[in-house]
Ligand binder design. Structure first.
Ligand code: SF4
Length: 239
């Protein structure tokens, strides 16, 4: 990662670091202030806009476009499932108990140069939702799913099994939920904990019909994330 600024020097790209714990020599540092998040975001976007005139003609941006709905934090999922007054995971548990949804899978992680780009990610996620397993995703898997058009509510009727599609249609959510960057995987465990607390499926995360997978993992960080999934009782697969 430290060499990324050296590579960026070959192009017009600016590398911006935001955490005081993760500065990189040669990068522009715009510290993220969580109490003034909007200002930090504006400063970063302004830096990018000011850098735009440096873009040469050797940039190839594909013309294809896809929509995605993102931003499914633990609180948002609670709200979407239960509304403002009954925010909870109860509807999810109920639909697992009545068989419409067969389980929950966290599919996450990197792209790996040893396989065709995104192939492992998209194949696994499509198979899961076809079999009525709702997918929570983060990081590079989320980008792969967005590119494949799996992150709109309309994707449910196109790609998901009948049971999952009917629940997605009722709630108005995609069959694949973008819960954040790859450091937000803990949100998937928070969701699993909320499912245990709501009751009816077991007393421990290991009792739930949940699984985790990193089909194209490559970074050490992915291994440490996988380790805490295993330690939390989640059936975990590394591709
Ligand atoms: S560590 Fe995160 S951002 Fe980096 S390649 Fe893996 S999933 Fe993508």
């Amino acid at each position: 990662m430290q060499s990324i600024t050296t590579i960026a020097e070959c192009y017009h790209t600016k590398i911006i670091t935001t955490s005081p714990k993760a500065k990189i020599p040669g990068a522009v540092h715009i510290e993220f202030d969580e109490h003034n998040a909007l200002k930090s975001a504006r400063d970063i976007v302004k830096t990018a806009i000011e850098n735009f005139p440096n873009r040469g003609n050797n940039v190839d941006i594909p013309e294809e476009q896809t929509d995605q709905v993102a931003g499914f934090s633990h609180e948002t999922i609670n709200y979407l499932l239960g509304g403002m007054f009954r925010a909870s995971y109860r509807p999810l548990n109920d639909n697992i108990i009545n068989g419409r949804i067969r389980g929950v899978a966290g599919v996450v992680g990197c792209n790996n140069a040893r396989v065709k780009h995104n192939e492992g990610h998209v194949a696994m996620v499509k198979e899961l939702i076809k079999n009525d397993v709702i997918v929570l995703t983060t990081g590079c898997n989320a980008i792969a799913c967005a590119e494949a058009g799996l992150m709109t509510p309309e994707a449910a009727s196109k790609y998901a099994g009948e049971g999952l599609a009917s629940v997605c249609e009722t709630v108005g959510i995609p069959p694949v939920l973008h819960v954040g960057s790859c450091v937000d995987n803990s949100r998937i465990l928070i969701a699993a904990t909320a499912m245990v607390k709501d009751g009816g499926l077991g007393d421990d995360i290991s009792d739930l019909p949940v699984a985790g997978a990193a089909p194209e993992w490559m970074s050490e960080k992915a291994i440490s994330i996988g380790q805490y999934f295993v330690a939390s009782g989640v059936f975990t697969v590394f591709g």
